[in-house]
Design a protein around this ligand. Sequence first.
Ligand SMILES: Nc1ncnc2c1ncn2[C@@H]1O[C@H](COP(=O)(O)OP(=O)(O)O)[C@@H](O)[C@H]1O
Ligand SMILES: [Mg+2]
Length: 266
Amino acid sequence: MFESFYGLSKTPFARDIPTDQLYQSVTLEEILGRLEHAANRQLFAVVTGDCGTGKTTTIRCFKDSLDSAKFMVMYLADSKLTPRHFYKGLLEQLGCEAKFYRGDAKRQLHREIELMRGIHHMQPVVIVDEAHLLDKEMLEEVRFLLNFKMDAESLMTLILVGQSELWERLQLQSYAAIRQRIDLQFKIPYLDRAQVGEYIKRRLAYSGADHDIFSDSAVNEIFRFSSGAARLVNKVCTHCLLYGAQNVRRIIDDHMVKLVIQGELS
Ligand SMILES: Nc1ncnc2c1ncn2[C@@H]1O[C@H](COP(=O)(O)OP(=O)(O)O)[C@@H](O)[C@H]1O
Ligand SMILES: [Mg+2]
């Protein structure tokens, strides 16, 4: 409803923004470049970042950027992932019905991946999102996936994506075997003040706005509240637009942002 008040053709801060409409920060470009490198060389990469900083969005963008004739992307995001579900999930994405026993399913997956590579000349890319929620057993299983053929060759690109505590866990001595196999690691940072301003502009442009709706001082407040986490920027901006439309304010200033944060978000 605020869309018509502000003359917007799309909801500006919605989650399902198409990947070609994202805010292209320098970091996003850089990470996409490195992930592409990982996909071309079948490397093992770990991407971490705090909640709402854009990890899943980055992966979505990466998936869309890959040549679908060359790469087969398998994506799993299941907090209760067990080894059996892991193999089952991957096999399902390959259009196969998984064998019941874990060991059988694992061999089946290896066979399917070899076929994919050898016959179809496709490179598998396995992405496990929310990986900070995986237990030790599951992370070990992931490691075994990389251990194929006694380390002689890498069978696939593997990307673990998770909150920052994943990286902290991987520093523990008991995870040394996994850690040593990591080829690339990066952390998605929070947006800085200037980037939050650009991010909001990009989102508004996407939704068809023909003028700036948030004043500079409003962006300062949004930055302070969100610390530069995109999800929180979306949330506070959406609340402000609702409030602004109800109170007939074309421009949203810092005073209004503070009111909204105090009244609805804290
Ligand atoms: N570069 C970006 N451009 C536009 N929106 C983004 C960008 N990065 C993140 N977002 C938005 O921020 C929200 C949170 O991002 P998400 O990728 O889900 O974070 P995470 O997976 O790190 O918790 C999503 O709704 C997403 O649309
Ligand atoms: Mg996510």
